[in-house]
Design a protein around this ligand. Structure first.
Ligand SMILES: *Cc1c(COP(=O)(O)O)cnc(C)c1O
Length: 368
């Protein structure tokens, strides 16, 4: 059997070929390539899908984080507070927004931000904004995180780059002052290139982001806001996302099914696959924990199964020069040595999923 890859974007394109080719041809023939009708229609459709008032499409997910920070914390001094296990994007965006960062630990069972550790930071550090990442597709513990932020009057930005469509009563991106998305090709809703968006229910925030994404203009050639830049989203990518948005919930369901099978297959073995159950989790990644990571990855590789680590180096151990204070992050550090990711994308065939399951079961129990 050939190697089962972490992802294969060609399969998705081939399955949707007619719709995508048609959408692209329509844009080419329209002669309108940036900020035209596709872009406007995508913003409207995505905002409706999420149940929020405003959507501002931008060039990528890191820009979305930066512009959201500039918009929601415009008049607030202080730090950006976030977790250190989510790939460093928030820290990079904070640097671009001229903010220092401080890290909070995660909960051992969800790997998302710990409300109690957040409270210990907010009670001791002047904070401009908190960025909550819905990691691996899981809606973070908003029921407990939001009241802590409200208590200290700190705005929340939700990083939804891995959680398009996750939500029970309301969707990821609709809880905080703003939500940010990436449409990088491997995300649950992915373009054929880069893309991103900021969503919000606040008109002023939306207006700020809309100005900042285009040079800080209020109108053509009129700079009304400093700190602006070019972060536009193009018509071709908007047209592609419009063909894909109606398929998102079905594809998320397929991801959850794949993870559920891995969880069952690994039960009793030396790896524990994190569950991704219900609408509050969209299974962006299938993440497993083990004390014998090198051995396990090697054994899976021999069975033709690709694996990866999301993410191998926690942010506070990266070469970042804008970290305000290093606090102890025991869960983040312990988990970073145990995690690895298994192939998880909707176009995996049933036989590929079964092959991964068999290999997980074959890993044997912790005692052998
Ligand atoms: C992918 C990702 C981003 C960054 O998005 P880009 O479009 O690549 O800039 C931010 N946060 C998280 C959690 C991500 O997974």
């Amino acid at each position: 059997m050939p190697t089962i890859p972490m992802n294969d974007l060609r399969r998705q394109y081939l399955a949707e070929r007619e719709a995508i080719d048609e959408a692209i041809a329509d844009v080419l023939q329209s002669g309108w390539f940036v900020h035209g009708p596709q872009h406007a229609a995508f913003e409207a459709e995505f905002r409706q899908y999420l149940g929020v008032e405003h959507c501002i499409a931008v060039a990528n997910g890191t820009d979305a984080l930066q512009l959201a920070m500039q918009a929601v914390a415009a008049d607030r001094p202080g730090l950006v507070v976030t977790t250190a296990n989510a790939g460093g994007y928030t820290a990079i965006a904070a640097r671009a927004a001229n903010r220092r960062v401080c890290f909070v630990d995660v909960e051992a069972d969800t790997l998302c931000m710990s409300a109690s550790d957040l409270e210990s930071v907010l009670s001791t550090h002047e904070t401009a904004a908190v960025v909550v990442t819905h990691l691996y597709g899981r809606l973070a513990d908003m029921e407990n995180l939001m009241p802590v932020c409200e208590k200290y009057g700190v705005p929340v930005i939700e990083d939804c780059a891995q959680s398009h469509g996750a939500g029970r009563d309301q969707r990821a991106g609709s809880y905080g002052a703003a939500g940010t998305f990436s449409f990088y090709p491997t995300k649950n809703l992915g373009a054929l290139g880069d893309g991103g968006a900021v969503v919000t229910n606040d008109r002023e925030t939306a207006d700020r982001v809309a100005g900042l994404r285009q040079y800080g203009w209020s109108g053509k050639y009129q700079v009304a806001m400093s700190g602006g830049r070019n972060s536009r989203f193009d018509e071709l990518q908007a047209a592609v996302l419009r063909t894909r948005l109606p398929l998102l919930d079905t594809r998320n369901q397929r991801r959850r099914e794949i993870v559920a099978r891995y969880v069952a297959a690994a039960r009793g073995s030396r790896v524990r696959v994190l569950a991704a159950e219900g609408p509050g989790h969209v299974a962006h990644l299938a993440v497993a924990l083990t004390d014998r990571r090198e051995d396990v990855r090697e054994q899976l590789a021999v069975s033709g199964i690709a694996t990866d680590i999301h993410y191998p180096v926690p942010d506070h151990e990266q070469n970042f020069d804008f970290v305000a204070s290093i606090r102890p992050l025991p869960v983040t550090e312990a988990v970073s040595r145990q995690i690895f990711s298994l192939p998880c994308f909707p176009e995996l065939t049933d036989s590929e999923v079964l092959h991964v399951c068999a290999a997980l079961t074959d890993l044997g129990s912790e005692r052998t």
